[in-house]
Design a protein around this ligand. Structure first.
Ligand SMILES: C[S@@+](CC[C@H](N)C(=O)[O-])C[C@H]1O[C@@H](n2cnc3c(N)ncnc32)[C@H](O)[C@@H]1O
Length: 173
């Protein structure tokens, strides 16, 4: 696994733009990376946790926050949160060479693993925000969220050079 953190990029700022309007008691950032989104959440939520599968990245985060856990998805957590956020490794790839970006087949394999882990951590009445791309099979991902009992809808799209970023909100009703 590469030890360099994923620097805040277009997709990070795309989610950040929406997070600035969110407020509540508890929030979880899965795949915290540099900690940019986790730190942003700390401004409007009382209790915030960030997780990442990469221990070295988590230990050396650029944007520091208090509650960090190294695990797959949110496997180690039994708490329910008002808001769960994930800027996923969403790229469709044959192999997982870079854990920060590679999503595996159809861009579904790694996100599925993360969804299966985190849906238990969304409060009833809470929501999950995730980013994906038009280059991956995002419909498959939304269908999977629905299978897990969530109600997904596309919140926003952003055109880049050769892809569109897609922000999805999945409510647990
Ligand atoms: C695209 S980066 C996003 C980083 C940061 N949240 C941002 O928006 O800039 C994805 C992050 O997810 C982490 N990650 C990949 N697979 C994971 C998994 N199964 N469980 C938890 N974190 C994972 C990577 O190590 C990486 O830090």
């Amino acid at each position: 696994m590469r030890d360099e953190e994923y620097s805040p990029s277009e997709d990070t700022f795309f989610v950040a733009n929406y997070l600035e309007k969110e407020k509540g008691t508890s929030a979880l950032d899965v795949g915290s990376g540099s900690g940019y989104l986790t730190k942003l959440l700390s401004e409007n939520f009382t209790f915030v946790v960030g997780t990442d599968i990469n221990f070295v990245v988590l230990k050396n985060q650029t944007y520091k926050t208090k509650n960090l856990v190294c695990c797959n998805g949110s496997d180690a957590l039994n708490i329910e949160f008002d808001l769960v956020v994930c800027n996923l490794p969403y790229l469709a790839t044959d192999e997982i060479l870079d854990a920060a970006t590679d999503g595996g087949k159809d861009g579904f394999e790694v996100p599925k693993k993360i969804f299966d882990s985190l849906y238990k951590n969304i409060k009833v009445g809470g929501k999950f925000l995730f980013v994906t791309t038009s280059l991956s099979d995002y419909q498959k991902l939304m269908d999977h969220a629905q299978k897990l009992g969530l109600t997904p809808r596309i919140l926003a799209k952003k055109k880049l050079f050769f892809e569109e970023l897609i922000l999805v909100e999945a409510k647990r009703e």
